[in-house]
Write a protein that binds this ligand. Sequence first.
Ligand SMILES: NC(=O)c1ccc[n+]([C@@H]2O[C@H](COP(=O)([O-])OP(=O)(O)OC[C@H]3O[C@@H](n4cnc5c(N)ncnc54)[C@H](O)[C@@H]3O)[C@@H](O)[C@H]2O)c1
Ligand SMILES: O=C(O)C1=N[C@H](C(=O)O)CCC1
Length: 266
Amino acid sequence: MEKVKIVVAGPRGRMGKEAVNLVLETENYELVGVLDYKHEGMKLVELEGFTKGDALVYTDIHQCFKEQQPDVLIDLTTPEVGMEHTVTALEYGVRPVVGTTGFSSGDLRKLDALCEQTGRGCIIAPNFAVGAVLMMKFSQMAAKYFNDVEIIELHHDQKLDAPSGTAVKTAEMISTVREAKQQGHKNEKETIPGARGANFDGMHIHSVRLPGLIAHQQVMFGSDGQTLSIRHDSYNRASFMSGVKLAVDTVMENDHFVYGLENIIG
Ligand SMILES: NC(=O)c1ccc[n+]([C@@H]2O[C@H](COP(=O)([O-])OP(=O)(O)OC[C@H]3O[C@@H](n4cnc5c(N)ncnc54)[C@H](O)[C@@H]3O)[C@@H](O)[C@H]2O)c1
Ligand SMILES: O=C(O)C1=N[C@H](C(=O)O)CCC1
C-alpha cells in the first residue's frame, strides 16, 4: 500500500509537535516536509525537541508542495497563516486537514467553494477530541428542550483566539435547533463591559484563560427548577490525535468540504 505523504505546518507548536509524532509513528504515513517561518533547509531532527525525522523544513509553501507533492497538509498554526496555507494547498491539489481555529464564516465559505472548484477534500476541525465532538452533539440534542444556554470555554493563557473555535461551533450547532431567544432580563445592563460575554444569537459565550488549563468547555442549560451541564476536558494534546488520524484517513477519500468532525464521526 502506498504511504500517505504528509506535510505538517507549525511543527514546533504545542499541537504541531504531537501531529509530527503521530505522522512519524503511523505505519502508512510519511512525513515529507514541515512548514515553519524559519529554519529553512534544516532537517526536522536538527530542530530543538526532536530526536528523529529526516523531513526538510520549508519556509516557502510553494517550493515545499512543488518538491514534495504531498497528499495531505495538516495545519496547526494561526488563523491568518492557516487560511493562506489551506487556500494554497487546495490550489496545488493537496488535501488540507486544519485544526487551526479562528477562521471567519467568510473564510469557510471561500474554502467550501474552492473544494467544489478543485474537487479536493478539505476538513476543518475546530476540535479533534472525540469527547469534545460528543459534547457538542449532546448540547445540540439538549438545546431542543432548553432554550436558555450559556457556553463557558476554558483554555490555557497562550491561546490567541476568543471565543474558541469549539465554542463557536457549539453555538452554531445549538442555533440549528434552539428557538431564537435573547437570554437574560430585558433590562439587563453590564456595569463592566463584557460581563455577560459574547452574544451569539442571544446566547452567551464566556472565555476563561488561565495557565494550567489545556482545553475545556462546559455547556449549561437552564429552565424552571433545573439545570443541565455538559462538560468536556482535554488534559493533554494527545487527546486530539485520534481525531487528526481519522481526519487524514477520511480526507484521502473525500472530494468535498467538511467543517466539524461531527460530520465524519458516525
Ligand atoms: N482543532 C483542535 O483540536 C485544536 C487543538 C488545539 C489547538 N488548536 C488550534 O491549533 C492552532 C495551534 O495551536 P497551538 O497551541 O499548537 O499553538 P502554538 O502557538 O503552540 O503553535 C503555532 C505554531 O505555528 C507556527 N507558525 C506561525 N507562523 C507560521 C508560518 N508562517 N508558517 C509555519 N508555521 C508558523 C509557530 O511557529 C508555532 O510553532 C491554534 O489555532 C489552536 O486554536 C486546535
Ligand atoms: O489550545 C487551543 O488553542 C485549542 N483550540 C481549539 C479551539 O479553539 O476550540 C480546540 C481546543 C484546543
